[in-house]
Design a protein around this ligand. Sequence first.
Ligand code: DAH
Length: 343
Amino acid sequence: MNERLHQIHELALEELSKVSSMEELQNIRNTYLSKKSELMQSMSKMKDLQGEERAKFGQLINSIKMDITQKVEETRLSLEEKKLQEKLAKEVVDFTLPSSDYTKGSKHPFNLIVDEVSRIFIGMGYDIVEGPEVELDHFNFELLNVPKGHPARDMQDSFYIDETHLMRSQTSPVQAHVMLSKNGVGPIKIISPGKVYRRDDDATHSHQFGQIEGLVIDSNVNMGNLLSTLELFARSMFGEKRQVRMRSSYFPFTEPSVEADISCFECGGKGCKLCKGTGWIEVLGAGMVHPNVLEMCGFDTKVYQGFAFGIGIERVAMLKYGIDDIRKFYQNDKRFLSQFTKE
Ligand code: DAH
């Protein structure tokens, strides 16, 4: 009986050594390991044996079964490995083929202007500061000398979150944040780029747009400093030959207030379509910080003065790149956006 078992064992190992496919392997498994296989059926013969002989017979069947099971498993793994290697050999990668097309992103013109303006002012020693877009009415208006009911609020109607919070309508409240953080001690020299919101919507006004606020406070600051600062900015941004002129204007938080124009970079000041024949292009609002604002924000007006300015980011981009509709900044049209790639 034992001899037959050894024969079966050898036969199984021999067949396994010749296997070349999973089907063949499955057949061998059925032949030698299934319940109906000769090996498994021989278990039934145990009942005819006694004592040690019976135990040895059982052990022999078990060890043969385990060995065949293990060899079947090894053969399965090596068949799989062989299959994988064949597949890999067939799938040769050709590194010389051209790659599939991919699109390269580019900076949004809005951010190009923010980067450019920041670079210019950092060069003049300014710090960059950010402020919250959801703002308290107190900061957006009251600390900027625009109390409740003030008519200047009409021009800056925005989106209210509740009675005291709104989406900021200007970056000017950053002035108040910075001043209050300084506890009445200057100097301050900052710009603050960011988004602002208003209830506007036409070719030159969007409900969301960007501004860059500027604030300088020290004990010896005057309109001449403001003018030369704006001139330096205009020349770096729009060309060496630019001139700046100031026209008196009104903002509640500055006194005196001005609107600053630059000489037209298209016609050099002679008059053209871009400057509507005037030779000048309006670029920003500015002025000397109103004493009320300085005082409300903790600065002694006998010691400190300051100037401030506000630049419209899209306005500068529209002028610099010749863009005719502010809404294009927010429509995510790739044909528009891809034109501003630097390379
Ligand atoms: N905040 C003003 C606006 O949104 C722009 C502005 C004008 C800012 C004059 C200033 C300034 O700091 O001095 O219309």
